[in-house]
Design a protein around this ligand. Structure first.
Ligand SMILES: [Zn+2]
Length: 382
């Protein structure tokens, strides 16, 4: 009996090793004045296991993730090779779930021109800079700064230049999902969209922000797409707008939710499943360190979210009735991005006749959004 179990286990292990792909070698070369090539020599890699994506900014990078693969280059857990030309360095590390990740660091201005995945080779063709390269000295000093700041866990590369804060406004529900229904038939999805559009209008009037909506019409957007919009736009603040409902009709007032502590592991799982790269030095990274960096990012994000929630509640108090225990915590999916401060704002109870009438009023919604705009101004003027 026991022997049988061992044999099954052994053959399982053997199968895993036999079919896992392998990265055997990596070469980078400047093939022309404005072109460089990176070749990964591989074996048994299937196209479906390879994900290549680009991170632009002042430190452009190409990330190559290969699922179900090994590499001798990663024997010690990580890999780093530096170059003199437009490919600055190539770093590699082992990720959870048998995925290996290589990051190709490029000079500013360089970008991925084309990629090719074959069973024996992955090739990246890189269009290199046209601008005058920095002098050695300048480059060396930049390197130094990067080294020092790599101790600080910044989850994403943000341009160092002053930029307008990016506000992502998420109108809850939409399309086939009407959300809560009022006693007089008001639909939550209409209230949230109108409020979102009004908030956008007011924010743009200040000239201080870049504003992105997750939806601007009556359509349904998947939850992870709402998060993706926030991340793709490098959001500095994410506000999801909803209206509450309960069984009884008495509850009324606005409330603000931030992410509950107990939802943090879920947030971490999303980081892995959606391939969110945290800005960490992979050459020094182990899974543990990666986890710590996600933890730190989450803690920082939670602090920021709470700060904004507190400001928002004090401003909302001037324009509407507040639900008791106004600041609440929950594990709502749209609050899960570990590196985007986020709140979910419940404007009032659509199930309460007074709130329903108010939520349906243009004037009331305008006043509410003036409070939100004022909160955003205060939050970003610190
Ligand atoms: Zn809702």
């Amino acid at each position: 009996m026991r022997l049988g179990v061992y044999i099954i286990l052994l053959s399982f292990v053997w199968t895993m090793t036999a079919f896992a792909g392998e990265v055997m070698d990596i070469k980078a070369e400047q093939t022309a004045s404005e072109e460089a090539k990176v070749n990964f020599s591989v074996r048994d890699i299937s196209k479906a296991d390879v994900k290549i994506f680009e991170i632009s900014g002042d430190k452009p990078r190409i990330v190559v993730d290969i699922a179900d693969a090994n590499s001798n280059l990663l024997r010690s857990g990580s890999y780093k090779q530096s170059y003199e030309e437009s490919v600055v360095s190539i770093r590699g590390a082992i990720r959870p779930n048998k995925t290996i990740r290589f990051v190709v660091d490029l000079l500013p201005g360089s970008k991925l021109q084309s990629k090719q995945i074959r069973h024996d080779q992955i090739q990246l063709v890189i269009e290199t800079i046209e601008t005058k390269p920095k002098s050695r000295l300048e480059f060396a000093s930049t390197e130094k700064i990067v080294k020092t700041s790599s101790k600080v866990p910044i989850p994403r590369i943000k341009p160092k230049v002053e930029h307008k804060p990016v506000i992502v406004i998420d109108a809850g529900h939409g399309g086939h999902d009407p959300g809560a229904l009022g006693t007089k038939g008001l639909r939550e999805k209409r209230v949230t969209l109108k409020a979102a559009l009004e908030l956008k209008r007011q924010l743009l009037l200040t000239g201080r922000y870049k504003v992105v909506l997750t939806r601007s019409s009556d359509r349904y957007v998947e939850h992870d797409d709402r998060l993706r919009v926030a991340r793709a736009n490098n959001a500095d603040l994410f506000i999801s707008i909803h209206a509450d409902a309960t069984e009884g009709k008495t509850a009324r007032g606005a409330s603000v939710y931030t992410l509950a502590d107990r939802a943090k592991n879920r947030s971490k799982r999303i980081v892995n499943s959606q391939n969110w790269i945290m800005d960490v030095n992979l050459s020094e990274q182990t899974d543990k360190v990666g986890d710590i960096l996600v933890d730190l990012a989450q803690r920082n994000t939670a602090t920021q979210s709470t700060k904004f929630a507190d400001i928002l509640i004090s401003k909302l108090g001037t324009s509407t009735h507040l639900l008791r225990n106004t600041h609440r915590r929950a594990g709502y999916y749209v609050l899960l991005a570990p590196d985007v401060p986020a709140v979910l704002l419940e404007l009032g109870f659509i199930s309460n006749p007074t709130d329903e009438r108010l939520l349906n009023s243009d004037t009331h919604r305008r006043n509410l959004m003036t409070s939100v705009t004022s909160a955003i101004n205060t939050y970003f003027s610190r």
